[in-house]
Structure formats: structure tokens, C-alpha cells
Design a protein around this ligand. Structure first.
Ligand SMILES: O=C(O)C(=O)C[C@]1(C(=O)O)C=C[C@@H](O)C=C1
Length: 103
């Protein structure tokens, strides 16, 4: 009878914080908890925005309107640029693309 390979299971795997110092490691894990919450919220907001943008576009086109409204896109790009700089512009471009698809 063959034996299966032994796996070391001393306990749950320790999360990799990048430091062996316990106080720092604990603080990093605490911060990561909040980062995870923020990431989940960002993903949910991203998906909600894309769905809303899609609905606006579909509503407009079904009523004989245009697919895009460039003045509105410029307004959004400017909002993100003012708040976040060049990265904000890139983020806004991705947001707009997620809602209306690639140009
Ligand atoms: O606000 C609109 O009119 C939309 O269609 C939404 C949206 C956006 O994702 O913000 C998408 C496409 C338009 O060109 C402008 C803005």
C-alpha cells in the first residue's frame, strides 16, 4: 500500500506581511483589511458605473440620439484630472471605456 506524500500542516499558513516583526506585521494585516474593503467597494462602484453608463447610451440611441456625448466625456476627464492629476485622466479614460466600450 502506497503512502501519500506528507504535507506540513502545523496550522494555518501565516499571511505574508513582508516583515517578521510582530507589531509591524499586525498593523500591516489591520491596514490590509481596510484595503480589501476599499478594493471591494471600488469594484462594485466600477461595475455599477459601467452598467449605468451602458443604460444611458442604450436609452439615448434607442431615442435616436448619439452613442457618445463628447462634451460630457471632457467634463468627466477634467474632473478626474483636477482631483488626481495625470493618473486621474488615465483612470477616467478606463472608466469611460468600461461604460461605452472601446472607440
Ligand atoms: O453621460 C452620458 O451621457 C453617458 O452616456 C455616460 C458616459 C459616461 O460613462 O460617463 C458615457 C458615454 C458618453 O460619451 C458620456 C458619458
Amino acid at each position: 500500500m502506497s503512502t501519500s506524500p506528507t504535507v506540513e500542516t502545523a496550522g494555518p499558513a501565516e499571511p505574508q506581511t513582508g516583515t517578521a516583526e510582530p507589531t509591524a506585521s499586525a498593523r500591516i494585516l489591520e491596514i490590509r483589511g481596510r484595503i480589501n474593503e476599499i478594493d471591494h467597494a471600488l469594484i462594485a462602484l466600477w461595475q455599477e458605473r459601467a452598467a449605468l453608463s451602458h443604460e444611458v447610451g442604450a436609452t439615448r440611441m434607442a431615442s435616436g440620439g448619439t452613442r457618445l456625448v463628447l462634451s460630457r466625456e471632457r467634463e468627466i476627464l477634467e474632473r478626474f484630472r483636477v482631483a488626481l492629476g495625470a493618473d486621474g485622466t488615465q483612470l477616467a479614460l478606463l472608466l469611460l471605456r468600461a461604460g461605452r466600450g472601446p472607440l
